[in-house]
Write a protein that binds this ligand. Structure first.
Ligand code: GLY
Ligand code: MN
Ligand code: MN
Length: 441
């Protein structure tokens, strides 16, 4: 991948991280490994989000160590060494020299030198920060510390405090810088245009995976060779399977299609859902459910601004959807009581949204000190209410069964409100029907 961000952005992030560390400490962050798919075939490489966030470096099998001591700041990197044979088969490697020249690294080593160098680099530090959720790194850290303890008689002192790096990095990644916001706008817009293409290509008889191919084609043609996650293209009762990715059924006249898909642009995810009729016209029941979900989507987006409580928006979606389900006769009883009983969960079983960024379900706590947190400018979240009526739900009339609708947008919290970054893909019934009628399907 050709990096668009310049090195100054990554340097600023490292500086901001270092500023939050205790004195006499180090941070280690590890790259993603290559992962085998089958036999001699590996999965496409995708860099670890934290590693990329602080380095801009796209190669596997690397590790950085940032040191903050009384003598100053140091940036160390272990990486794959240059190797003519390996590069003939698998491509260019920056190597120790390349990472110093291109990535602002101060000291570089081959990744064959961990055992020799790490105990030396960590000697005498008080604190070591790393991502505890990274199992292979956690194991490596223990190996280095054990090797250091064995050399205590030679005066080697391992860091005595191991700290969870995610406590700092998750909060950093939660607030997107102006450069990140630009990349996320791109990811959202490319994703939105891809949805338009798929909607235009929809007609009875087309396979779900063929709609997926329209999405993927548009992603690739716009500098996003990889999607942010496997596209969900479900029709008919598959609309009710939240993470359906088989995508192997034909589209039937009279059914809905739910597409939940997003491009990954420069490591940032789009995440959009639209639900539309295979034949271009919503049936009465489909339209009623659709408009209810749309009302929740629109009203929840209107609430997105600094100071709004994260969970208040979810609660509003629950209120709108429960009231609507009662009005349509799908739930019976008093709305307040039904909400207390969580009766809506049969139809709306996920949260209203999630943080969005380098990971589609991005990092960042939803509660701080036990309380749901308030939104701040620079956060990006999805707003994705849905109603899913199981095909075997015998509590409702047959005409409703198997209808599943989700409408998902990507929303940036701004100083005064919010910016819907995915507004290029239509979402009212009139707009979607007009788009489908105008296409040359
Ligand atoms: N695409 C997964 C989600 O919307 O959470
Ligand atoms: Mn989502
Ligand atoms: Mn989604």
């Amino acid at each position: 991948m050709i990096n668009i961000l310049n090195q100054a952005e990554f340097a600023q992030r490292r500086e901001a991280l270092l500023a939050q560390l205790a004195d006499n400490s180090a941070v280690v962050i590890k790259s993603a490994p290559m992962v085998n798919r089958n036999s001699d075939v590996d999965y496409l490489f995708r860099q670890d989000s934290n590693f990329y966030y602080f380095t801009g470096f796209n190669e596997p099998d690397a590790l950085i160590l940032l040191k903050k001591t009384a003598t100053g700041i140091e940036y160390h990197m272990f990486c794959q060494p240059r190797n003519k044979e390996m590069e003939i088969w698998f491509g260019y490697r920056a190597g120790e020299e390349g990472v110093r020249e291109q990535y602002q690294v101060d000291y570089s080593y081959s990744n064959e030198q961990y055992a020799e160098k790490m105990p030396e680099l960590l000697n005498g530090l008080d604190h070591l920060y790393f991502h505890w959720e990274n199992d292979s790194l956690s194991e490596q850290v223990q190996t280095w510390l054990a090797a250091m303890r064995k050399r205590s008689r030679q005066g080697v002192i391992p860091p005595s405090q191991l700290l969870q790096l995610a406590n700092i990095t998750n909060e950093m990644r939660l607030i997107k810088s102006p450069a990140e916001q630009d990349l996320m706008r791109q990811a959202s817009q490319i994703s939105a245009q891809a949805h338009v293409k798929a909607i235009q290509a929809c007609k009875p008889g087309v396979m779900e995976y063929q709609l997926d191919s329209h999405l993927q084609h548009h992603f690739s043609m716009n500098a996003c060779p990889q999607a942010a996650y496997p596209s969900i293209v479900g029709s008919g009762k598959n609309c009710c399977i939240l993470h359906y990715i088989e995508n192997d059924q034909p589209l039937s006249d009279g059914d809905l299609v739910l597409i939940d898909a997003g491009a990954e642009y420069q490591y940032y995810a789009g995440d959009i859902t639209r639900t539309f009729p295979v034949n271009g016209k919503y049936s009465e029941e489909q339209g009623l459910i659709y408009n209810l979900v749309l009302k929740a989507n629109i009203e929840c987006i209107e609430m997105v601004k600094p100071g709004t409580n994260w969970n208040a928006i979810h609660d509003h979606a629950v209120l709108v959807l429960t009231q609507g389900l009662v009005d349509l006769g799908l739930l019976q009883g008093d709305v307040t009581h039904l909400i207390e009983q969580e009766a809506y969960r049969e139809f709306f079983m996920h949260k209203l949204g999630h943080w969005l960024g380098m990971d589609v379900h991005d990092v960042g706590d939803y509660k701080v000190d036990g309380q749901w947190r308030d939104l701040q400018a620079g956060m990006v979240m999805t707003v994705e209410p849905g109603i899913y009526i199981a095909v075997d739900n015998m509590q409702v009339e047959a005409r409703w069964r198997g209808i599943g609708v989700r409408i998902e947008d990507d929303v940036l919290v701004t100083e005064n409100g919010c910016e819907v970054m995915t507004s290029d893909v239509p979402k009212s019934i009139a707009e979607i029907e007009a788009l489908m009628a105008a296409s040359t399907r």
